[in-house]
Design a protein around this ligand. Structure first.
Ligand code: GLN
Length: 289
C-alpha cells in the first residue's frame, strides 16, 4: 500500500511508538532516544542535527530501513551495535565485534585520571591502558592532556585495530600506540599512569546479564572468572614493575567489588582511594604507594 510521504519528525514518532508498544512500560528502555538514533542512521545523517530537519519528508526506502533497524533493536541488539558507534566523553567511538560498548561508568576513570595528572602537574605523562577495547578510556584521557602519550593493549586484535582507527578519528594517532598483549606480559617500561577496566563480571552475574550485553558484547571483555577478580590478580602484582616511582594506577570494577578489590590492592602494598560513578556506586579506585 502506498502511503503519503511522512516527515522525519513523524518517522521518529512512529519508530518510538513501535518500540514502546513492544517494550510496554519497561522504564529501562529509551524509545524516543533510540528512535532518533535509528532514524538518523537510516538517513545516513548526524543524530545531533536531526531535529533541525524535522519537517523534511523521508523517501519510502528510508522508512522501510528505519523499521528494519527498529526490529533489530526490539530483538535485543543495542543501538550502539546497530549504528556501529557510541558517544563517550563527547567523542564518537567506532565499535567492532571485539570491543565492549563504552559505558558511562568508565567516565569516572577518565575524570579521575585527568584530575590526578593535573593535580600532580604532569605535563608529558606516559599512560598505559590495559584492555583498551575501543580505546575509549585512553583516548578520552589523551584528548584532555595535550602533552600525554598513551599505549593501549588488548587481547583482541580486532579491538586493537578499532582503537587505532578511533585514535586517527580524533587526531590522536601521533600520541598513541596500540598492541595486542596478554595483560602485562611482554610489557616493560616506566609509566606515570596505568588505567584499566578489565573484564570483571563474576560467575553468578554472567548468565544473568541482559541480552544487549551477553549476546552483543564480547565475552572476553566481560568474564572475570568465579568471583570476577581473576584479571586484577594478574595485573595488580605487576604494577610496581610498570610504574615510575610515584606513579599511580586507576582500576574500574563492578559495583559490588570495591571491598574485594581494595583488599587485593592493599595485599600488594597499594593504598586505594575509592571513586563513585554517577549513580553513586563505588566503581573505581586510584592506587598509590
Ligand atoms: N560494565 C560491564 C557490564 O555491565 C562489564 C564490563 C567489564 O567487565 N569490565 O556488563
Amino acid at each position: 500500500m502506498i502511503e503519503p510521504p511522512i516527515t522525519i519528525a513523524a518517522l521518529r514518532r512512529r519508530i518510538a511508538n513501535q518500540l514502546r508498544a513492544g517494550w510496554g512500560d519497561d522504564s529501562a528502555q529509551r524509545p524516543a532516544l533510540d528512535a532518533k538514533l535509528l532514524v538518523a542512521h537510516a538517513l545516513g545523517a548526524d543524530a545531533q542535527n536531526l531535529t533541525l530537519r524535522d519537517d523534511e519528508t523521508v523517501p519510502d526506502h528510508v522508512v522501510l530501513a528505519a523499521e528494519a533497524l527498529a526490529r533489530r533493536r526490539f530483538r535485543g541488539e543495542p543501538v550502539a551495535r546497530i549504528v556501529g558507534e557510541r558517544e563517550f566523553w563527547g567523542l564518537s567511538f567506532q565499535l567492532s565485534p571485539g570491543t565492549l560498548v563504552p559505558r558511562p561508568d568508565s567516565e569516572t576513570v577518565v575524570e579521575a585520571a585527568v584530575a590526578e595528572i593535573r593535580r600532580r602537574g604532569l605535563e608529558r605523562p606516559a599512560v598505559i591502558d590495559l584492555g583498551t577495547g575501543s580505546g575509549c578510556i585512553l583516548l578520552a584521557t589523551l584528548s584532555e592532556v595535550p602533552g600525554a602519550f598513551g599505549v593501549g593493549t588488548d587481547r583482541s586484535e580486532d579491538a586493537v585495530r578499532t582503537a587505532r582507527r578511533n585514535a586517527a578519528r580524533f587526531g590522536l594517532e601521533n600520541r598513541s600506540a596500540f598492541a595486542v598483549a596478554d595483560w602485562t606480559a611482554a610489557i616493560g617500561g616506566a609509566f606515570d599512569v596505568i588505567l584499566s577496566n578489565p573484564p570483571y563480571v563474576d560467575g553468578d552475574d554472567l548468565p544473568a546479564l541482559p541480552v544487549e550485553v551477553i549476546h552483543h558484547d564480547p565475552r572476553l571483555a566481560l568474564d572475570g572468572g568465579a568471583d570476577g577478580l581473576d584479571h586484577y590478580r594478574k595485573i595488580v602484582p605487576e604494577l610496581g614493575r610498570l610504574l615510575k616511582p610515584g606513579g599511580f594506577a586507576i582500576f574500574e570494577f563492578g559495583y559490588r567489588q570495591a571491598a574485594m578489590f581494595s583488599a587485593l590492592a592493599r595485599a600488594h602494598g597499594w593504598s586505594p582511594t575509592l571513586l563513585r560513578d554517577l549513580p553513586g556506586h563505588d566503581r573505581a579506585a586510584v592506587l598509590t604507594r
